[in-house]
Write a protein of this length. Structure first.
Length: 130
């Protein structure tokens, strides 16, 4: 039986890195605010939580710099015993979810155009002109 969205949201607190946990909660709120379906939110959160657990307690999403770090996670989804290669669907689903997540993370936190971007400790709201 598939996990409910509420169950998946409760699992965010079990992410080993508190920074990643907070970012995932923010991503969840973003999807909810944009009207994503519960099914879409649930699938995205499950993939991002799995990735957060994979990178462990000593790494944050901000430290992911190369595609090889993501591919290492995706390659854990390969099932060598699957002769029909059905695992590729899961691999691609997780890839697309992580693309969505990291694009959101960049636009929400890292882009010079985001509301939370800091320039030498000064938030965008403090230096932008009206």
């Amino acid at each position: 039986m598939p996990a409910k969205l509420s169950t998946t949201i409760n699992k965010i607190s079990f992410v080993p890195n508190p920074t990643n946990s907070a970012i995932i909660r923010e991503f969840s709120e973003y999807m909810k605010a944009n009207g994503s379906s519960d099914h879409h939110q649930n699938n995205n959160l499950k993939a991002v939580i799995a990735f957060a657990k994979f990178i462990g307690p000593h790494s944050t999403f901000f430290q992911i710099q190369t595609k090889n770090e993501i591919i290492r996670f995706l390659d854990t989804k390969i099932n060598a015993e699957d002769n029909e290669k059905k695992w590729i669907t899961t691999w691609n689903d997780h890839l697309n979810t992580l693309k969505l997540f990291f694009r959101w993370l960049y636009n929400a936190r890292l882009s010079p155009y985001s509301e939370t971007y800091n320039v030498q400790g000064i938030s965008k709201r403090e230096w932008e002109t009206i």
